[in-house]
Design a protein around this ligand. Structure first.
Ligand code: ADP
Ligand code: MG
Length: 685
């Protein structure tokens, strides 16, 4: 149960004064539906205005508050802006410029000969001083109302800064005094203030960037929750698995395992032998051979007389894994089966029976394999592929089913920097495959400007003309799937106009089976070009697809681009990736794209991505890696993760039941950041 002290923070934003229907949408869009969301909505910057009497007291580029008197209106043609010519009290001229608006409106606000107080940024246009769209135009006696210093918030259509400030102030009035959960010495070392003080000063005093203390709180709660999972797991009864190697020896592999694979296999084997269940993450770039490592773990279980299960994120991936594992296991006395939502009737019954009586040794499938009615005789090893599609709570669910907890191996190809791994998979030990099997071809990557789209389409025509297949990934428009979809449909339509039935389309709004059907048509080479939103990110192996085209590549995060690019380069032919970019690029976007051109190394890309974001640009792109943190920026996460993890560990060492005063405070932090699944795992004593 959530501590009562937090109730005001979890109240609905809708309950504040002055919130009409019109605000619901922007609040929803900014994800500010609860009081605490508003409190944590930190200003993106502070606007500083300078009060001056004369224009020559200030430099161009400064934001000023000044009294002026309009003397003249000037417009050029119908398309040029309205310029209101005005003078300061010394007679210096300034042009107040209004673009694309109804000229009657500025004229009404700025009648000739009537002094006004205005505020805005002073600029130079030719040899004139100008101010474009003053942000305030008031009567001289109201001039004091203009704040000299003002927090400027991230906003959305329909919710302006003034209103946002009012809402935040109302929320601040509701903020309770929370007890301290940060280690006192840590607090002192950083000279951090208590929670309430900090949350107030974030909105009321000029700060640069996000609050470190508030970020730390979130990271701490996150790590504490992970530590609780770890502690809980350590206390569980697992199944020590000691395979004798007889099945693994019989595997006929056409290649040698890489050193990384061997090391990971050894690490996993070490875990399997323990009585506490394994909780291990296997990280490895696309194509690094994670499946084989997983297979070794599954076979260990079978050798020791137990069962194994392999969970894939989609139906089609489950089938692919099933087929390739079946092939590998030909001739071995291992019975493998598949179970997905699609398997029904008699076949399904037979599989369920086989699991129960133990005649099925390894089960592969989608979520279905961990549903309530699916009973195993003696499941000892569970593998989850493409882990980043599953949240922590889903992971917990999996391991809480049986009375003897199976070992869990989670796998991910999402390249994330080391520091962030700890923040997202903090409850797990990590093994890393950090090399690709020898002889892999790199994917040639080129960056092309959008103006050359027709050339790209011609190139695509040649590519499919010579028997190849291609992916065409559509731009990420914004957070709404709707506009992403519109863009994809439009692109599919233009490509169909040229290539006809050879073009298919998949997007996030399609139902699973529908999507799978389209994917399968692509896999069977019935369609040549697969237009897609980012749903193909986790994906199916289509070796014949050797061309990847990504539109508006500058809108994607690096990790995502890397992931998308990994869809090609899976066969023996040389693969190419074309990154289409917009005409104007930010410095960061340029750096990102050239990094993609330079390297195929996912981990290097991930580290670099973090660094580039640290340089200022935040989010803006959907990255699976960002899920979970709302207050801390990626840079803050990497800065504080070490300290926060130690802090959490220390607290639990001393007070495993979180019963002390500080322990109680830490519980509040868990609830505040919605990591209360951690609290559920607390054991007393
Ligand atoms: P991922 O890590 O992306 O899941 P997979 O396990 O699907 O990668 O492996 C990709 C391909 O590499 C498969 O065809 C697999 O058989 C092959 N492979 C795995 N290990 C090796 C190796 N040591 N040497 C050569 N090929 C390998
Ligand atoms: Mg894989």
């Amino acid at each position: 149960m959530r501590p009562e002290i937090l109730n005001p923070l979890f109240g609905e934003t809708q309950s504040l004064k002055g919130i009409g229907k019109a605000l619901a949408k922007p609040l929803e869009k900014l994800r500010l539906t609860r009081i605490k969301d508003l409190l944590y909505h930190q200003p993106s910057y502070w606007m500083r205005r300078k009060r001056v009497d004369e224009l020559d007291e200030v430099d161009v580029g400064e934001t000023i508050i000044i009294q002026i008197t309009p003397v003249d209106y000037r417009t050029g043609g119908p398309r040029s802006p309205l310029r209101v010519h005005a003078t300061d009290e010394a007679g210096n001229y300034i042009s107040l410029t209004f673009f694309g608006r109804n000229p009657a409106w500025p004229k009404k606000l700025l009648p000739l000969g009537k002094p006004k107080i205005i505020s805005g940024k002073l600029e130079r246009y030719g040899d004139e001083l100008q101010m474009v769209h003053p942000d305030q135009i008031l009567e001289p006696e109201q001039g004091d109302n203009i704040a000299v210093l003002e927090p400027i918030y991230p906003l959305a259509d329909g919710l302006g800064n003034g209103r946002m400030k009012q809402l935040v102030e109302q929320a601040l009035a509701l903020a309770p005094d929370l007890p301290e959960w940060i280690e006192p010495s840590q607090l002192a070392a950083k000279s951090w203030k208590n929670w309430k003080h900090e949350i107030q000063s974030v909105h009321r005093t000029e700060n640069e960037g996000n609050s470190d203390r508030l970020a730390y709180d979130e990271i701490f709660a996150n790590q504490l929750a992970f530590m609780l999972v770890r502690a809980d797991n350590r206390a569980k009864k697992g199944i020590p698995v000691q395979g004798d190697g007889r099945l693994r020896k019989q595997l006929k592999l056409p290649f040698d395992l890489t050193n990384s694979q061997q090391r990971c296999i050894a690490e996993i084997e070490g875990d399997l032998g323990q009585s506490a269940p394994m909780l291990r993450l296997l990280q490895g770039d696309v194509g690094s051979g994670k499946t084989l490592v997983a297979l070794m773990a599954l076979l260990s279980a079978v050798e020791a007389g137990y069962q194994g299960a392999f969970l894939a994120p989609t139906e089609i991936l489950a089938r692919q894994h099933f087929e390739s594992l079946q092939k590998l296991l030909t001739g071995l006395p291992v019975n493998i089966a598949i179970l997905t939502g699609r398997d029904k009737g008699k076949a399904r019954e037979a599989t369920l029976m086989g699991l129960m009586d133990g005649s099925i040794h390894i089960l592969i499938g989608t979520h279905a394999i961990f549903q309530e009615h699916v009973k195993y005789k003696n499941l000892a090893v569970a593998v989850i592929d493409e882990q980043h599609k599953f949240g922590v709570s889903q992971r917990l669910l999996l391991t809480q089913k049986a009375d003897r907890t199976p070992h869990l191996l989670a796998m991910t190809a999402t390249p994330i920097p080391r520091t962030l791994t700890l923040s997202q998979f903090g409850e797990m030990d990590v093994s890393r495959i950090d090399e690709l099997p020898p002889g892999r071809q790199t994917i040639d990557t080129r960056v092309i400007s959008v103006g050359r789209l027709p050339d790209v389409v011609d190139g695509l025509a040649r590519h499919i003309g010579s028997g190849g297949q291609a992916y065409w990934v559509c731009p990420l428009i914004d957070e709404s799937e709707k506009s992403d979809l519109a863009a994809a449909e439009e692109r599919a339509a233009t490509l169909k106009a040229r290539f006809g039935d050879q073009v298919g389309l998949v997007h996030g709004r399609m139902k699973g089976p529908e999507k799978d059907r389209e994917m399968e048509r692509f896999l069977r080479n019935e369609i040549k070009v697969l237009v897609a939103t980012t749903v193909i990110e986790v994906g199916v192996d289509v070796p014949n697809a050797s061309l990847m085209i990504i539109e508006a590549a500058d809108r994607f995060g690096l990790a995502q681009l890397h992931q998308l690019r990994g869809r090609v380069g899976r066969g023996s032919v040389k693969s190419n990736c074309l990154l289409i970019r917009g005409d104007t690029l930010s410095e960061t976007a340029r750096a990102r794209l050239s990094l993609m051109r330079e390297t195929n190394d996912g981990f290097r890309i991930a580290e670099e991505d973090l660094r580039l974001r640290g340089a200022g640009e935040l989010l803006g792109t959907r990255q699976s890696g960002d899920a979970g943190f709302r207050v801390a920026t990626p840079t803050q996460v990497s800065e504080f993760i070490g300290a926060a993890t130690d802090d959490a560990r220390l607290l639990l060492d001393r007070d495993g039941g979180l019963a002390s005063e500080r322990g109680q405070a830490a519980r509040i932090a868990l609830y505040l950041f919605e990591r209360d699944w951690g609290v559920g795992l607390l054991r007393s004593g």
